[in-house]
Write a protein that binds this ligand. Structure first.
Ligand code: HEM
Length: 196
């Protein structure tokens, strides 16, 4: 079972179950790699235009564009590797930590994901038609599931950083703080045979 540094195997499995992320999605994403190679450079450029035209986000990137663009582009291509193992989970968490360390507010990441979700369907449609490929509706569904999974993992890194700061600022133990602020999942229902 997959697990992360911050996210347990059970939580990841529940995410996968509810999002209905299946082997078919993995296969779709892998099949999409040649299509992605066609649109990822353009999508990266458009993403940077969005970040640069906004005066709030531009200050975080304007002096480092040449360094950052390939990093963001590699991340996009990695979505289509078909390999979503523990190393993939660890990479998303590390991305979260890198953005926390660079003081990038979490809502910038949420807004970026919204932008990517809005752009990808038409780009997939256009490029897959050009390559003579069909079934792009199903492909888009698989991409959106994976983007949400990445956002979930990146967000958890932000949440952990907040908890660490609270521990430092209050001197409270991690356990006590977690009990105070975390929403706990309800206990799993026991199978009927265990009841008694
Ligand atoms: C979908 C959202 C985003 C993704 C997936 C993403 C992805 C990445 C990746 C893969 C890296 C390299 C991390 C590493 O070296 O380990 C990175 C670094 C960076 N990103 Fe993003 N990024 C996103 C949004 C943003 C936004 C909105 C900004 C700023 C407005 C930003 C600014 C940066 C900066 C400054 C770094 C370098 C951090 C450092 O100094 O190590 N990113 N990003």
């Amino acid at each position: 079972m997959l697990h992360g540094t911050y996210v347990s195997a059970d939580d990841i499995q529940t995410f996968i179950n509810v999002a209905d992320f299946s082997e078919t999605d993995r296969q779709h994403l892998q099949d999409l790699a040649p299509v992605a190679r066609e649109f990822v450079p353009e999508l990266t450029n458009l993403f940077y235009v969005r970040l640069l035209v906004d005066p709030v986000t531009s200050v975080y990137i304007e002096e480092r564009i040449e360094e950052l663009k390939p990093l963001h582009m590699d991340w996009l291509m990695d979505l289509f590797s078909g390999n979503y193992d523990e190393a993939f989970v660890a990479r998303q968490e590390a991305i979260g930590r890198a953005h926390v360390a660079a003081h990038i507010p979490a809502y910038f990441v949420a807004a970026s994901m919204a932008f990517l979700r809005s752009m990808m369907p038409s780009m997939i449609e256009e490029k897959s038609q050009a390559l003579g490929r069909a079934n792009c509706g199903e492909w888009v569904g698989s991409v959106l599931r994976l983007l949400d999974f990445c956002q979930f993992l990146i967000d958890r890194a932000y949440e952990e950083a907040r908890m660490d700061r609270l521990v430092q600022a209050t001197g409270m133990t991690r356990k006590l703080l977690e009990n105070l602020v975390m929403l706990k999942a309800k206990e799993k229902k026991k199978p009927a045979s265990d009841a008694g």
